[in-house]
Design a protein around this ligand. Structure first.
Ligand code: RP5
Length: 194
């Protein structure tokens, strides 16, 4: 009996201290960090943020205004359609869609906009991201999604790809990309194996 009482107390304490949506403020993707975001980083779940923060950090490195949001193609389908169908009129120029498993998010976003959509397959627990990759990349002809690598390299490259697209009409970004590549090459040239 005494044991039961202790258990009950512990449960109610846990529930009290947990945020209602189970997301702690420090791990929450930022929403609208800038007034006029050019790139939308949309991910299917809070659990994708650890990977997708790399896309956000890369865009920040290039000084590109962006917005990060959790929107699920399956769990919040009307929000996904609303976001994508109004993105162009709200000034977005590129959308990054990241999801894992039955990863339809990038494709669903692409179905509702003619903006370029870049897909990032998340590394999944069940199939290590192969499921996410195939679900993202195998779009039917007519609705393109440019699919990047699974996980962190895909997140970083999606951001770099977004910068390349934006650089077509922004010489300062083109210059930053050239410098980024030069620094990257310099690091390789300077590498000494010990
Ligand atoms: C997808 O399902 C998400 O993009 C995520 O990668 C995966 C698992 O989501 P959670 O169950 O962790 O919320 O929709």
């Amino acid at each position: 009996m005494a044991k039961k009482t202790t258990k009950k107390k512990q449960t109610s304490k846990t529930n009290k201290s947990a945020p209602t949506d189970g997301i702690t403020p420090s791990s929450r993707p930022p929403v609208s960090p800038s007034a006029s975001p050019l790139v939308g980083i949309i991910m299917g779940s809070q659990s994708d943020w650890d990977t997708m923060r790399n896309a956000s950090e890369t865009l920040t490195q290039f000084g590109v205004a962006h917005e990060c949001r959790v929107i699920s193609a399956h769990r919040s389908p009307s929000l996904a359609s609303e976001f994508a169908s109004t993105a162009e009129s709200r000034g977005f120029e590129v959308i990054i869609g990241a999801a894992g498993g039955a990863a339809h998010l990038a494709g669903v976003l692409a179905a509702h906009t003619t903006l370029p959509v870049l897909g990032v397959p998340m590394r999944s627990e069940a199939l290590n991201g192969l499921d996410s990759l195939l679900a993202t990349v195998q779009m039917p002809g007519g609705i393109p999604v440019a699919t990047l690598a699974i996980g962190k390299p895909g997140a970083v490259n999606a951001a770099l790809f977004a910068v390349s697209i934006l650089a077509n009409s922004r010489p300062e970004l083109r210059e930053k990309l050239h410098r980024f590549r030069a620094v990257q090459e310099e690091k390789i040239r300077a590498t000494v194996l010990v």
